[in-house]
Design a protein around this ligand. Structure first.
Ligand code: GAR
Length: 194
């Protein structure tokens, strides 16, 4: 199975996914694509010998359909079977999602359905949660929705800031996303709980 990984930032989840796809793993990373050339993950992907691409959203100035066409065409050029969104910070419309439905995964830093959207760690602390975590799910047109494929939980500790909590969750993201990918790449969409 060929996997394209979409990023916008440092790409630590991308690295965890790419590192996992070796040996007897049923998948290989064939493309790392960013919507900005400033994404630190691009250099990390190149260091790992993975093809990279940038489809910058800015020239499209609000024409989401044109941006998504360009994105789709560049992805198709690498012929992936599956897309993993890994800190890809553009909302994708139904037009794009429907072309990849059932073949696109996302990781989100909360225990969905709680805290869709941004600033999840600050919102969990603000709400007095004792537990927080991350979710890998199939992407459907509704934001941060879609069938849940796995979750990992962490405690919220006294004195936590959004940054300390984010770091604790991110460690779990790096365990959860490769575990779910391995299972999905083997044709099994049974949920994983870590
Ligand atoms: C991760 O925490 C991921 O869950 C989050 O962005 C971070 C990317 O970090 N994704 C979202 O918030 C998606 N809405 P990374 O670039 O180091 O993998």
């Amino acid at each position: 199975m060929r996997v394209a990984i979409l990023i916008s930032g440092g790409g630590s989840n991308m690295v965890a996914l790419a590192r996992s796809m070796t040996g007897d793993h049923p998948a290989r990373a064939v493309l790392v694509l960013s919507n900005t050339d400033g994404a630190g993950g691009l250099a990390r992907a190149e260091d790992m010998g993975i093809e990279t691409a940038v489809v910058d959203h800015r020239p499209y100035k609000g024409d989401r359909a044109a941006f998504e066409d360009a994105l789709h065409n560049r992805i198709v050029a690498s012929a992936p079977d599956l897309i993993c969104l890994a800190g890809f910070m553009r909302v994708l419309t139904e037009g794009f999602v429907s072309r990849w439905q059932g073949r696109m995964l996302n990781i989100h830093p909360s225990l969905l359905p709680k805290y869709r959207g941004l600033h999840t760690h600050a919102r969990a602390i603000e709400a007095g949660e004792s537990e927080h975590g991350c979710t890998v799910h199939e992407v459907t047109p509704a934001l941060d929705d879609g069938p849940i494929l796995g979750q990992a939980r962490v405690p919220v500790l006294p004195g936590d800031t959004p940054d300390t909590l984010a770091a604790r969750v991110l460690e779990q993201e790096h365990r959860l996303y490769p575990a779910v990918l391995r299972r999905v790449a083997s044709g099994d969409k049974t949920r994983i709980d870590l």
